[in-house]
Ligand binder design. Structure first.
Ligand code: PXP
Length: 236
């Protein structure tokens, strides 16, 4: 069965809404680990819309499981990752206007620049995961250019209507996980997973870690509401 990596980006989204200090993604990461998460993921975006540089440096010091830094392949981010030395980087495509990471990496189109970044990371003992669609050619290409891991994009599965459409997405993910495993790649998965759709992915052969953010942060806001209201009334 897969382990859980908690993506703390949206704790930072709430903080940035007021520009203050709370809630702190570093605190959320510690609580997630205490609850059983086996990894913490944070995406430092070029526009710094949620996670800030300070968060990444602090998470590097405080995360006791493993820190997975999600990032675009830009000179700035590669430099920062080599300075922070997270245990893993997950390379993702990034567009300024998108609400969240929309697609997987076009690995074959960008083999040369990806290979260069991967070499840099491997020279610094940083594991490298590529966020990709369940596409066998992209998986082959990921192996060829030296990635140690792939993260399969579960967005299309998560967005598919239950039934035949979702089953088809599941089948593609299964085939991709098997294919990647046969090539010797470690396989993670994530995007859009929630309390209703996660079980089939968590129990899929060869999937090692699931990176989940939005649904966990959303539920945390609701299941924490009762306690939070009681706590403030107690200060009256
Ligand atoms: N994996 C990757 C590569 C992502 O970009 C994201 C979103 O930041 C996630 C996993 C988590 O997705 P979600 O927030 O929908 O659980």
């Amino acid at each position: 069965m897969a382990t859980l990596g908690v993506n703390v980006d949206h704790i930072a989204t709430i903080r940035q809404a007021r520009g203050g200090h709370e809630p702190d993604p570093v605190h959320a990461a510690a609580l997630a680990e205490i609850a059983g998460a086996k990894g913490i993921t944070a995406h430092l975006r070029e526009d710094r819309r949620h996670i800030q540089d300070r968060d990444i440096y602090l998470l590097k010091q405080t995360v006791a499981t493993h820190l997975n830094l999600e990032m675009a392949v830009t000179e700035e981010m590669v430099k920062l990752a080599v300075d922070v030395l997270p245990s893993m980087v997950t390379l993702v495509p990034e567009k300024r206007q998108e609400l969240t990471t929309e697609g997987g990496l076009a690995v074959r189109e960008h083999e040369r620049e990806l290979a260069k970044a991967i070499e840099t990371f491997r020279n610094h003992n940083i594991l490298v995961s590529l966020f990709i669609m369940p596409d066998l050619n992209d998986i082959k290409s990921a192996k060829r250019i030296g990635a140690t891991h792939i993260e399969l994009h579960t967005g299309p599965y998560s967005n598919a209507a239950a039934g035949a459409a979702q089953d088809e997405q599941l089948e593609q993910l299964k085939n991709a996980a098997l294919f990647a495993n046969r090539l010797g790649l470690h396989v993670n998965a994530g995007h859009g997973l929630n309390y209703q759709n996660v079980t089939a992915i968590a129990r899929m052969n060869f999937i090692e870690e699931l990176n989940i953010g939005h649904s966990i942060i959303s539920r945390a806001a609701l299941v924490g509401m009762d306690r939070a209201v009681r706590d403030i009334i107690a200060q009256f």
